[in-house]
Ligand binder design. Structure first.
Ligand SMILES: NC(=O)C1=CN([C@@H]2O[C@H](COP(=O)(O)OP(=O)(O)OC[C@H]3O[C@@H](n4cnc5c(N)ncnc54)[C@H](OP(=O)(O)O)[C@@H]3O)[C@@H](O)[C@H]2O)C=CC1
Ligand SMILES: Nc1nc(=O)c2c([nH]1)NC[C@@H]1CN(c3ccc(C(=O)N[C@@H](CCC(=O)O)C(=O)O)cc3)C=[N+]21
Length: 283
């Protein structure tokens, strides 16, 4: 029976550490300040943005939400990003995804100054991530590594299979697991014989957005199962893993809610602190 990897509890522990760091920084006259740009009325985005604001407040980090209407043009959004890039008071900027269809999210992300790129999504920071010279890490991937480390689950030499190859989760997680010497496979919608692959995984990550995509028969006995998916089914939040059945086979498993999600928010705050320190000449 799998042990639950309690992301919420770890997020609270990390929270105390971040709070202390922010306190010391603030006392020396440096208060981290970051901005979230949210365009349109996506209900899930509103929930996340509010969660980030609450977390930031709890940690003593200044945060501003720029809520733009659904009909915002790309030029308008770019103008705002350029203004925030130039503002020396602002240490971090992120664009909440998804954005409305008239806007190309890649254009907005690329416009963010890499020194203020909280999500680590700009080409510069993605390149640094794969080179191993990064100063900012993608939040969800970073949270997952923190969770594995906290539970002393070794990564070195392990076979990791990640289902999902998005820029925000799958690809950066592959980079961080590779950095820690895992042998990494990225699976996606064109992958043939997914079950054969997943059954070999020591560490199996699901980041797709499809409830019950990962069933018991896809999991090796004793595997570590990380569920990134967030799906709303009849008003309930579930992940991509058939939790109750997979739990019986896994050695460790993350729940949804209370697994990876809270660590993503915590990790975003860590990135804001890291960027702020760097901008003020601290390592
Ligand atoms: N807990 C957290 O902190 C976070 C949770 N999420 C959640 O994680 C999930 C994934 O998010 P995100 O990465 O942005 O999603 P995307 O929609 O960008 O990517 C989904 C990925 O899943 C792949 N895929 C789709 N169907 C299948 C299938 N049947 N078999 C194998 N692979 C498949 C796609 O393949 P292809 O590339 O071929 O299209 C794609 O690579 C969502 O539920 C999202 O809400 C996201 C970010 C943070
Ligand atoms: N630029 C950008 N950066 C992101 O990091 C980003 C994004 N866009 N767009 C959407 C996804 C999704 N994401 C989550 C964050 C927190 C939870 C989270 O806290 N989940 C809680 C439950 C929250 C609830 O109740 O809805 C949990 O799993 O326990 C989930 C998902 C960040 N994302």
């Amino acid at each position: 029976m799998g042990e639950i990897l309690d992301g919420k509890a770890l997020a609270n522990v990390l929270s105390e550490e971040i709070k202390e760091k922010v306190k010391v920084m603030t006392a020396s006259g440096i208060k981290p300040h970051f901005c979230v740009i949210n365009i349109g009325d996506d209900p899930a985005s509103k929930v996340y943005v509010r969660a980030k604001k609450r977390r930031a407040e709890k940690l003593g980090i200044d945060q501003e939400i720029f809520q733009l209407p659904a009909e915002t043009t790309e030029e308008e959004a770019l103008t705002l990003i350029q203004k925030l890039n130039k503002d020396p008071q602002i240490n971090g900027v992120m664009v909440q995804l998804p954005v409305p269809s008239q806007i190309n999210s890649d254009h907005l992300i690329e416009a963010i100054n890499p020194e203020k790129d909280v999500d680590a999504l700009t080409a510069t920071n993605v390149g640094r991530l794969w080179q191993g010279t990064h100063f900012v890490k993608p939040a969800t991937a970073c949270g997952i590594i923190d969770l594995l480390d906290h539970y002393k689950i070794s990564i070195d030499g392990k076979k990791a299979v990640i289902i999902g190859r998005s820029n925000i989760v799958g690809k950066p997680l592959a980079a961080l697991l590779l950095e820690r010497n895992a042998t990494v496979t990225l699976a996606h919608s064109h992958t043939k014989n997914l079950v054969e692959l997943t059954k070999q995984a020591d560490i199996l990550v699901a980041a797709v957005g499809k409830a019950k995509l990962v069933t018991e028969d896809m999991v090796k006995e004793g595997a570590v199962v990380i569920d990134v998916g967030i799906n709303r089914i009849d008003g309930h939040l579930v992940g991509d893993v058939d939790f109750e059945n997979v739990k019986k086979k896994a050695s460790y498993i993350t729940p949804v809610p209370g697994g990876v999600g809270p660590l993503t928010v915590e990790s975003l705050m860590q990135q804001v602190v890291a960027l702020t320190r760097r901008q003020n000449g601290k390592s």
